[in-house]
Design a protein around this ligand. Structure first.
Ligand code: SGN
Ligand code: CA
Length: 561
């Protein structure tokens, strides 16, 4: 282990019940010890629909409060933009090829390996995992686990509590919070805790809580500039099956089947059979069974959707009008689902406040990856393109004193979030979560963890003083590798490197395509400049950097074909 890293850890471990401070100026940020951690992770929550990042679509006052009282990471990324892989990266602090969970289709998480909850447990923490797990094998290393089956259901979801299966009545986001509170109430108050609170929302097919139905009916969402992307110069971008226009389903995604089960676009197998019930999930294969809702829920749901379905049938929209109608409907459902997430973040805040925990608890808010809100015409994620490579990351340090970032940062290019004084602009990735949490807890970070602790950044330390696996100074590039192909949505396998200005990716398997984007000149990533005259030097440097990262992380390039 790096000496300074070890020093910080030892200082923390030795200073139980004391405060550890870092940073050179008078206003030092401190970490109280023992420290509790509430790690909130949504599923598919785009930064575009968090108003602390982007004000175009909706307001999220409770999530924003984390940004106001903490830090907003403006360059937060994942290592593999898909649920299971992302969760495995978070739990291990390692890239997919090292933790073994490369894709959802045939991945089974090897629970015998070193993980964050195990390390926390060994360090005297009590840990709980509540909500979406999605790693197939049963959770190992948590004192308590109460997980959704598979993707989970929005209504009346099935949970597995420490091995026992049970159905809980109600709306999933609320229930997940309730379960977390029950565990917090019953925890051992002598020990610090780390709660992993993983919401299923807002995963497809975006089913809002009944109280939020219609919340955005008056809204007209601005169409993203790249909605009608023609994918010129980008072969892999064109080959996907996650286009709102061509792949988003009117019944499954947008709920447009009428009560008799008439389907308005039977463009997906089984829709004719399942009709209106299909989107309610959890149907045994091959059987036509009612959806998951109880009678009262179904009545309220139908009361909202029936007139919309009737109007849709009547209008017989086509072409552009239909495409944009789909976009508006998608955004309405998705944002309505986020309303419940935001409300529940507010509940978590209140719980911590009411129980005197805000002073010694760090709250982390993130998602398992970013998501497309119509950019490039897409929904879903997977690509190394910015919207899905990025993920929101907000951290409220104990006490809620806004983080004072160290001055003199280089601007990292890409999304324009404007500037806030508590922004952290360094390139961070979800492999950094485990070491950061261990660091916050004052525990040693094992040598084989590939991520870096971003605690020093939260403590306002100058990045030049931060030790990384690459030497001194914060990392200047990120490695990405996506594996799930052939599979749903048909995003080709790819790996790549992103620096502060450029993004280079290689799509492989049944395709061999390199893409290079200059994020300064082309932040929307519309023009692949790979192989263009004048790019030789930067391409050479990026190839070198890619190989350096593949060597550093031990993901040899020869195995990628
Ligand atoms: C499901 C969804 C996909 C989604 C994957 C992975 N299809 O298979 O649209 O990309 O999950 O999402 S659905 O028909 O089942 O809704 S992930 O976030 O869990 O990785
Ligand atoms: Ca996800």
């Amino acid at each position: 282990m790096d000496r300074s890293r070890l020093l910080l850890s030892l200082t923390g471990a030795a200073a139980t019940a004391a405060a550890v401070s870092c940073g050179g100026d008078a206003e030092k940020q401190t970490v109280p010890r023992p420290l509790n951690v509430v790690y909130i992770m949504c599923d598919d929550h785009s930064y575009q629909t968090i108003s602390a990042y982007d004000r175009r679509f909706m307001q999220t006052p409770n999530i924003d409060r984390l940004a106001d009282e903490g830090a907003r990471f403006t360059n937060s990324f994942v290592a593999n933009s898909l649920s299971g892989p992302s969760r495995a990266c978070m739990l291990t602090g390692k890239h997919s090829h090292k933790n073994g969970f490369t894709n959802n289709e045939n991945g089974i998480f090897d629970g015998s390996q070193q993980t964050l909850p195990k390390l926390l447990g060994a360090g005297g923490y009590q840990t709980a995992m509540v909500g979406k797990w999605h790693l197939v094998s049963e959770p190992v290393g948590f004192d308590y686990w109460d997980i959704l089956t598979g993707q989970g259901d929005y209504y009346n979801p099935v949970f597995i509590r420490n091995g026992e299966r049970l159905v809980r009545e109600g709306y999933c986001t609320d229930i997940t919070t309730d379960v977390a509170f029950e565990w917090l109430d019953s925890r051992d108050r002598e020990k610090p805790f780390c709660l992993f609170l993983h919401y299923k929302a807002p995963h497809r097919s975006w089913m809002p809580d009944l109280q939020d139905l219609g919340a955005f009916d008056e809204a007209v969402f601005p169409l993203p500039e790249t909605f009608y992307d023609d994918y010129a110069t980008r072969e892999a971008a064109a080959l996907q099956e996650m286009s709102i226009i061509k792949d988003m389903n009117l019944v499954y995604d947008l709920k447009m089947a009428d009560r008799e089960g008439e389907i308005h676009t039977p463009d997906r197998p089984n829709l004719e059979r399942y009709g209106r019930d299909l989107y309610r999930r959890d149907l045994p294969p091959g059987e036509l069974v009612p959806g998951r809702m109880n009678a009262a829920q179904q009545a309220a749901w139908d009361a909202y959707y029936d007139p919309i379905i009737a109007k849709f049938k009547e209008e017989k929209l086509e072409g552009k009008a239909l495409h944009e109608w789909k976009y508006q409907r998608y955004m309405r459902d998705y944002c309505s689902v986020i309303r419940s997430v935001d409300r529940n973040v507010g509940r978590v805040y209140k719980y911590l406040e009411d129980n005197g925990l805000l002073e010694n608890t760090v709250i982390i808010y993130t998602s398992d990856q970013g998501f497309y809100m119509g950019e490039h015409g897409y929904f879903d994620k997977r690509f190394m393109y910015e919207e899905s490579f990025r993920t929101p990351l907000l951290v409220r340090m104990p006490g809620g004193k806004p983080v004072k970032a160290a001055p003199g940062r280089t601007r990292v290019l890409g999304a324009d979030f404007g500037h806030r004084s508590n922004d952290i602009d360094e390139l961070v990735q979800n492999i950094d979560y485990a070491p950061s949490i261990l660091d916050m807890a004052g525990l040693a970070i094992p040598e084989d963890i590939q991520g870096e602790s971003f605690l020093p950044l939260l403590l306002g330390q100058k990045p030049s003083g931060v030790p990384t696996t690459e030497g001194k100074g914060w990392r200047k590039s990120l490695y990405y590798h996506y594996y799930e192909y052939p599979a749903e949505h048909s995003v080709r396998r790819h790996y790549g490197v992103r620096t502060e200005r450029y993004s280079l990716m290689h799509f492989y398997n049944d395709i061999d395509e390199w893409e290079l984007f200059d994020l300064e000149k082309d932040p929307l990533q519309l023009k692949n400049i790979y192989g263009e005259p004048g790019t030789e030097k930067v391409t050479g440097e990026l190839h070198k950097e890619l190989i350096r990262l593949q060597t550093l992380y031990d993901d040899p390039i020869s195995e990628k074909n």
